[in-house]
Design a binder for this molecule. Structure first.
Ligand code: GAP
Length: 490
């Protein structure tokens, strides 16, 4: 039986076994930033690959893209991020802790499940905090006036001090897709309905950082923008809800730990027709259930906004790139003829496509897969930590051991390892007692261990140990590769 575990157990296993480390740890680290170690990098690569396979590779109607992190600053004016991508924060006058206003508890429950909600920076500052409780010291109503805190990281582009330009690290990968809509359409012969997918880094100067890699300042997103004809959007929204929910289940997440949560009306962006979160029951936070992925019906908002952005470019030059001095131009009468519109050859109609957006966090899913896989059981009277990863996600697929470091066993084991490693991520280990070698692989989540022993020399068979059932079976050496291929469904 899987037990509900404390996050601390996962954090310590991740460090001990080289999944995830505190960033720049030898210098004391940086808040909410992490590095992936040798096992973590394999796990995360497998999460990405599983997403890409499901969303791009196995479909005929989705194409991939890989955009730069730095983008033209007007992208963020048109998308709304330059003016609205901020959190409202307050500081406790008793202990100086800074907290997001929408995460403050009013004595009952904190709203930590709420992710970022766009605010109108000027209008958003009127809040009554008299009943709110400081999460750090418990003081009630002792807060400064809320202030807007912008979440985009800024940097300078250009070598000369007088002609540098302020640019931003992207806070989402989605905008790279919207601004390439025309390029993909013109170069790929696709027809609506179709989607464009991207996996990549995003950056947000988050106010509330907590819970390990759940909310970090540098993270990876896996986003799909699926373009469809207005009127068919609800159908596609339902389609992607189902696809994305099943993706987590197919990769081993337990059904009881996964649910949908429809957005409350005050959470829903003004342009969105519908939005639902796929939530996972994480073992931390105020209410356990936390967002893994958002799926939104964004209507035609994004493409329309960029058409307005294109019409505003001259103002950008005139204002020397100062985004705060620019107001987006209104849509032209014939906006639907702009470069981000779509002409349907069959119906001879031109329209701005609607967009369904499933937007997942790679690090957050990786954490969910780690938490869900973590288990403790008893083997021969000893407690065993085991990560019961789905084989597609397991960082190492098979470990190969000679039982002892003599009698020619290491040579046979090395040969098997060299043969398998061209197709599977494998690990060779000849040091220490066999039981301890098994335990180390259980903690790494390795589904199979192959042991070469004295009998191998006699009859050419090897022991295969199954991580979950602990059963050991013998099979001929030359069948191991096929066995793994079948079991791993690669
Ligand atoms: N384009 C839509 C968008 O970016 P979002 O809800 O802000 O939507 C989508 O982000 C997903 O990205 C989230 O569900 C989460 O998995 C991940 N994510 C967002 N901010 C994150 C952070 N600070 N750290 C880790 N993952 C984050």
């Amino acid at each position: 039986m899987a037990k509900l575990t404390r996050l601390d157990d996962i954090v310590s296993l991740c460090k001990r076994r080289g999944f995830i480390f505190q960033l720049s740890e030898i210098y004391g680290g940086l808040a909410a930033c992490y590095d992936y170690g040798p096992l973590g990098v394999e796990l995360k690569r497998n999460v990405r690959a599983a997403w890409w396979k499901a969303v791009v590779q196995t479909r005929d109607d989705v194409l991939g893209l890989d955009c730069a992190i730095l983008m033209h600053p007007m992208v963020w004016k048109a998308s709304g991020h330059a003016d609205k991508f901020a959190d409202l924060v307050t500081v406790c006058t008793q202990c100086n802790t800074r907290t997001r206003v929408d995460h403050l508890a009013d004595g009952s429950a904190a709203q930590e499940h709420i992710e970022h909600v766009d605010i109108d920076i000027e209008a958003g500052k009127e809040h009554n905090l008299s009943n709110k409780v400081c999460p750090a010291c418990g003081a009630v109503g002792q807060f400064t006036k809320p202030m807007a805190f912008r979440l985009m990281f800024e940097t300078q582009m250009g070598a000369n001090a007088d002609d540098t330009m302020k640019v931003f690290l992207r806070p989402e990968t989605a905008q790279g897709i919207f601004v390439n809509f025309r390029n993909v359409l013109d170069s790929s012969r696709v027809k609506i309905p179709f989607g464009i997918a991207q996996i990549g880094k995003s950056f947000r100067n988050e106010v509330t950082t907590k819970a390990f890699i759940f909310r970090t300042r540098e993270f990876e997103q896996a986003e799909l923008e699926f373009f469809c004809k207005p009127g068919t959007d609800e159908e596609w929204y339902a389609h992607w809800k189902e696809q994305r929910f099943n993706w987590y289940l197919n990769l081993g997440i337990k059904k009881e730990n996964l649910r949908f949560r429809d957005h409350e009306p005050d959470e829903l962006a003004h342009y969105a027709k519908a939005c639902v979160d796929v939530e996972y029951k994480f073992p931390f936070g105020s209410g356990d259930w936390q967002e893994l992925e958002g799926i939104a019906n964004r209507t035609d908002f994004d493409l329309r906004q960029h058409q307005r952005g294109i019409r505003t470019m001259n103002d950008w030059y005139a204002q020397k790139g100062d985004l705060s001095k620019i107001t987006l131009r209104e849509e032209a009468e014939d906006y639907f003829k702009g470069p981000l519109s779509y002409f349907d050859e069959e119906t001879r109609q031109r329209y701005i496509p609607y967009v369904i957006e499933p937007s997942a966090g790679v690090d957050r899913s990786t954490l969910a897969f780690l938490v869900d896989a973590y288990d403790e059981d008893e083997v021969n009277g000893e407690t065993r930590n085991v990560l019961r990863f789905h084989p597609h996600l397991a960082p190492i697929k098979a470990a190969i051991f000679p039982l002892v470091k003599k009698d020619g066993l290491p040579e046979i084991a090395r040969n098997l390892y060299n043969d398998l490693k061209t197709q599977f991520q494998c690990f060779y280990d000849e040091k220490g007692a066999i039981g301890r070698r098994y335990r180390r692989q259980d903690e790494a989540g390795t589904p199979y261990c192959m042991t070469i022993d004295g009998q191998t020399k006699e009859d050419g068979t090897v022991t295969v140990r199954d991580r979950d059932s602990l059963q050991q079976t013998r099979m001929p050496l030359d069948q191991v590769k096929n066995f793994l291929r079948d079991k791993l469904e690669l």
